[in-house]
Structure formats: C-alpha cells, structure tokens
Design a binder for this molecule. Structure first.
Ligand code: BGP
Length: 478
C-alpha cells in the first residue's frame, strides 16, 4: 500500500466570523466578546474593555465586511480551487444575548445564504461553533464559562444550528483552540476562549480557569452527541492549538519540563478524543485543589461524546527551559520560553519551524489514532502593494511550501492520516491577537489599514496563483 495525499483531500482556507464579517449590529446580531476588544499597538495584545466605549476603535465592528462581500470572496476562493472553506458561526448572530429560547431568524438566514454560495462552487463548509466568541451578555450576566448554565446555552445553540444546516454542513468543530484558555499569560486568550475577564492578580484565577475549561469540555461532548443524533454522517472534531514544546537543552530536567509542559497544553485533546481526563491532570487538579465541580454524570458524558477527528492549528514550535519556582509547570509562563537559536522568526517573533508540523502530526497520530485536519497554518506578515497593484509575497509562499512539504512527508513517510489543510486567513482579516489589519495572512489582499481606513477592495497576491497550482496538482507541484 502506498501512502499519498488522498484524492478527496480537503484543500481550502480558514477564517473566523468575528475576524472578517463586520456588520456587528446588523441582522439583529448582539455584541460578542470580540466586539469589546480594541486593537493593540505593535507587538501588544488587544485590550478588553468593559462594554463599548465611544472613544475607542474596535476593529471587529467592520472588519473586512465579509457580511456584505461574501459572494465576491467565495468566488475568489472557488477560483483558487478550494474544496472546503472553514469559518465559524457567530453565536451572537443566532442568539444575540446567548440565553434566549428562540433563535434570531435573520442570523440563521445569513448562514443559509453563505453555505448555499459555497455549495454553488462545490466548496464544503467546515464550521467552528465557537471561535473566540461568546455573546457579551453571557460574560456580563454569568461571568462567562465559570457558570455551569453556559453548557445548556451552548448545547441549545449547537442543536439549533445542527438542525438548520444538517444538509449543508458535514464537518464541524466545537471550540476553537480550546486549550489556549489555560495559557496563563494571555488574558486575551482566556477572555476569548472562556469569557473570563479577570485581573492578573485574581486569587481565583487558576481555579476558575480549570472550572470554565471543564464546562466547555462537557458542552463540547454533549454537542458531539446531539450532532450525531441529528445527522449520523456529521464529522465533529475538536480544535486545539498545537505548539510543540521543545526542551531548551539536553539536560534531563529541561527534557522533563518540556514533557510536563506538553501535558499541560494537550490534556484537552485527551478528554475530547479519548473521553477521559488523563491521570496526570487528575493528579494535578487534586493536588492543587482545582477539581471543584466534575460530576460522575459529566464523566459519562465525556466518554460518550468523543470527537470524530482532530482539527488543529500549527504556526510554530516553542522552546522551554526548567523553572526553579514552577517545577510542576502549572503553566508555561513567559520566563520558561527560550529563543530557539536554530530557527528564524516572523516579524511578530513567531519561530518558523516546518519540521515542527511533521512532529505535531506524528505526535497527534501516536496519541489519538484519529483523522487529523490542519485547520490553521500560515505566516502573518506586512505586505506591500506595488504601483501596479501587485503583491509579491514570496515569503508567504516559502513558508506555506515548506509546511505543506512537511505535511506530505508525514502522510507519505510516516503514514499519518491527514484529511485536510486550510491555511489561516485565506483572505486578509483582523488579527485575533493584535487586532491589526497589517498582520496579514491572506492569498487575497484587502485594502484596509489598522485604523480602519481603505476602500476594502480585494487584490490577488502572488500566493493566490501559487496556491491555485498546489490545489490543482493535489499538492504535487509546490
Ligand atoms: C489562532 C486563531 C486565529 C488566528 C490565528 C493567528 O490562534 O485561531 O483566530 O487569528 O491564531 O493569530 P493572530 O491573528 O494573532 O496573528
């Protein structure tokens, strides 16, 4: 048997509702957590404000106005040959406050039209239910995912959209990068993933973080169960961020700490793919009094709601060194992260490591034996438009080429079952971490700057034609 890229491989691209749709108050949509986040300065994360403040700029409010431009944008994806298109459903379009009984018909109708447009070109939608989004009302009234009631609200939302789109959508994912919320150092990730808006010195922080994560995991498992009842052909995956953590040296203590750090980051996938908390997490939560509300019924639900495939994002690896004051690695703090002298970094300091993707694919196959989908990968870079309106993004092509090659090696030489590849931000959009437009990932350039100025016009970059060729040759001509 020869291992090669399957004929029906899902080549495509990925985006998320709140980073490109804009129209934040149209069609009855309520505000989501992303709508109260300002743009950050260069290299600085976005700030979360409490409510909308008139003197602040919120880039998500308009984003690239995909809400009105989607026919034109999907046509461009079709021209590149996309087999699939990953986006998310903005929860607050369907349930503007999050806790209503009845959905907002105008919101549902928008996605009817969007998915119909994809199918017009034979593009399979791949849908994330919650991509860094939660209706802001759920944050204000319930404190986000710290409240068990959020499980019911989420499952209700999932049920409504599963039913509505049961013939339009086959591939689903529950929560985007669910494992990022326990990245202690990023208040932004904690807020977007779990709706926890906490001060750095909140003594409850760690306990709340693990409690919120648990409720999301239960909600995810329930959604998987309900989804399979609604349509047994649904493929429902988890979505984790995969950042391999390398030891800084060959000192045994560094190697061990890197292993611990991997455990702290990837136990989410154990719960979602294997249906149970790994023993190292049980021990960690018990030893630190962090295991509050995990019921016997929850454990049954987790076992019954395992995912069909593993979706993951891969941008870079990270290198960690042992920390004297953090021996059990409660979290991978910034002090532990070392520069890897063997890797170059992007303009935003993200190490560029194509072999790390092959490592990640092998690691996931070793642990879970499930189909894998690379649902994000890409290079955030500043692009220049020449006088004749060209964008020569050879750096982006070089990045993607090396990563696709690593993926193909994993498929062909390591036998890893990869079912799809959707590079991130296939059209320029608002960066999740910085709120900037100038951190661009797309094959399609959008004329809009960090302050929201610009015509919004779409231009094809050099990478557009390159990716078109990659898809056409099923990855043979890189
Ligand atoms: C992932 C998110 C995306 C995305 C991407 C790039 O973590 O799932 O939403 O934006 O990273 O990150 P950034 O936009 O901060 O460059």
């Amino acid at each position: 048997m020869k291992f090669s890229i399957p004929k029906d491989f899902l080549w495509g691209g990925a985006v998320a509702a709140h980073q490109l749709e804009g129209a934040w108050q149209e069609g009855g949509k309520g505000p989501s957590i992303a709508d109260v986040m300002t743009a950050g300065a260069n290299g600085v994360s976005r700030q979360i404000t409490k409510g909308i403040q008139a003197d602040k700029y919120y880039p998500n409010h308009e984003a690239i106005d995909f809400y009105h431009h989607y026919p034109e944008d999907i046509k461009l994806f079709a021209e590149m040959g996309f087999k699939c298109f990953r986006t998310s459903i903005a929860w607050a379009r369907i349930f503007p406050r999050g806790d209503e009984a009845e959905p907002n018909e105008a919101g549902l109708h928008f996605y009817d039209k969007l998915f119909a447009e994809c199918h017009k070109y034979g593009i399979e939608p791949v849908i994330t239910l919650s991509h860094f989004e939660i209706p802001y009302h759920l944050v204000e009234k319930y404190g986000g995912w710290r409240d068990r009631q959020l499980i019911d609200f989420f499952v209700h939302f999932a049920t409504v959209v599963f039913k509505r789109y049961r013939h339009q959508v086959k591939y689903w994912m529950t929560f985007n990068e669910i494992n990022n919320q326990t990245d202690y150092t990023e208040r932004f990730l904690m807020a977007t993933d779990s709706g926890l808006v906490l001060d750095d010195d909140d003594p409850q922080r760690e306990a709340l973080m693990y409690q919120a994560a648990h409720y999301e995991l239960v909600a995810s498992a329930l959604a998987v169960k309900v989804g399979h009842q609604i349509n047994p052909n649904f493929e429902i995956g988890c979505m984790i961020n995969m950042t391999p953590l390398y030891p800084a040296t060959s000192k045994p203590v560094d190697i061990f700490q890197a292993q611990k750090a991997m455990q702290r980051r990837y136990w989410f996938a154990d719960v979602q793919a294997l249906g149970t908390y790994p023993r190292h997490m049980e021990a960690f939560l018990a030893a630190n009094n962090l295991r509050d509300d995990i019921t016997a019924e929850d454990r049954i639900t987790l076992r019954e709601g395992t995912v069909d495939y593993i979706g993951f994002s891969y941008y870079n690896s990270m290198t960690v060194a042992a920390q004297k004051d953090n021996p059990e690695f409660h979290f991978v703090g910034p002090e532990a992260i070392q520069e890897n002298p063997y890797l170059k970094a992007s303009d935003w300091g993200w190490p560029i490591d194509p072999l790390g993707l092959r490592f990640a694919l092998n690691w996931l196959e070793d642990h879970y034996h499930k189909p894998l989908m690379i649902v994000e990968n890409g290079l955030g870079a500043k692009d220049e438009v020449t006088a004749d309106k060209q964008i020569h993004d050879d750096y982006r092509i070089a990045y993607l080429k090396a990563h696709i090659q690593a993926m193909e090696d994993a498929i062909e030489k390591d036998g890893v079952p990869v079912i799809g590849y959707t590079p991130w931000g296939c059209i320029d959009l608002v960066s999740a971490g910085t709120g900037q437009m100038s951190k661009r990932y797309g094959f399609i350039y959008v004329d809009r700057d960090d302050q929201g100025n610009g015509t919004g016009k779409r231009l094809k970059k050099d990478s557009f034609y390159w990716y078109q060729k990659v898809i056409k040759t099923n990855g043979q001509d890189l």
